[in-house]
Design a protein around this ligand. Structure first.
Ligand SMILES: Nc1ncnc2c1ncn2[C@@H]1O[C@H](COP(=O)(O)OP(=O)(O)OP(=O)(O)O)[C@@H](O)[C@H]1O
Ligand SMILES: [Mg+2]
Length: 257
């Protein structure tokens, strides 16, 4: 059975793309077949996993809007067990250009993923920093949402907004959407603020907060700069080990069911 998880938070720079790439790699290392779906016109997860997105002739946009065969658009990567459904700036035209009136505008990604979901154990959707149509498509297509929370100012305000969107999507488009969990990212043991935010998140969402915490760790941006997951770049770094632990926790969620 494949599991489809949106990695979403409308707050920018909280670690959505980093979590998508590194959780994908950690699951791949546990022999899971993983597809990264890049639902962000910035194309950061496509680039971060090693694709040259400028030269791509076809991207997710063509599958969403022009109904082109998704199998022709998915790319393999140099990393074992990881494929990517890439995007670039053309995805910013999603919405205004859609002409397929047969279909609910929130259901496009769900239709695309349906074609290929049997081929993967996990499909991770990297969402853009907004709660617009792209994120609504992602949540409509997903079994669950994983929410990276940066241990910084205004983290809690952002969570209130995203919880509102989850309720709306459940009501209107996808009643089965679950909260996979909140993941604390860029946790810095040296700051009181990190500890404070972590405590607030845990006290509000005890059941739903992952035990694994992603520390602020320099190997993570270094790996991204080298267009590879941190598990390939520095397998024994704190960053790599934290994503391995997050992947194991995610698998435990399935075993509990
Ligand atoms: N654990 C970490 N330690 C150090 N730096 C990190 C860590 N996680 C992410 N970063 C850095 O923080 C920045 C933002 O991360 P990322 O791009 O993953 O966030 P995002 O939520 O996807 O951003 P956007 O909202 O723009 O899509 C990047 O420069 C990334 O390398
Ligand atoms: Mg991103």
């Amino acid at each position: 059975m494949s599991k489809i998880i949106s990695i979403a938070n409308q707050k920018g720079g909280v670690g959505k793309t980093t979590t998508t790439i590194n959780l994908a790699a950690a699951l791949a290392n546990l022999n899971k077949q993983v597809l990264i779906v890049d639902m962000d016109p910035q194309g950061n997860s496509s680039r971060g996993i090693g694709l040259d997105i400028v030269s791509l002739k076809k991207t997710l946009f063509e599958a969403l809007v022009k109904l082109e065969d998704v199998n022709q658009i998915i790319k393999t990567t140099s990393f074992k067990n990881i494929d990517v459904l890439p995007s670039n700036l053309t995805l910013a035209n999603f919405g205004p250009t859609i002409s397929n009136v047969q279909e609910e505008i929130s259901d496009c990604l769900k239709r695309v993923i349906k074609e290929i979901k049997k081929e993967y154990d996990y499909i991770l959707i990297d969402c853009p920093p907004s709660l617009g149509l792209l994120t609504i498509n992602a949540l409509t297509a997903s079994n669950s949402i994983l929410i990276p929370v940066q241990c910084e100012y205004f983290a809690m305000e952002a969570l209130a907004q995203i919880l509102g969107t989850i309720s709306e999507v459940k009501r209107l488009h996808n009643p089965n959407l679950e909260i996979e969990g909140f993941v604390l990212t860029m946790f810095d043991t040296h700051t009181n603020l990190s500890t404070e935010i972590a405590q607030q998140v845990r006290s509000l969402f005890k059941e739903n907060t992952f035990i694994s915490v992603i520390p602020r760790n320099v190997s993570i941006p270094e790996a991204t700069a080298k267009l590879m997951p941190v598990s390939e770049y520095r397998p024994t770094s704190a960053g790599s080990l934290s994503y391995a632990s997050l992947a194991k926790e995610l698998l435990d969620h399935e075993n509990r069911k």
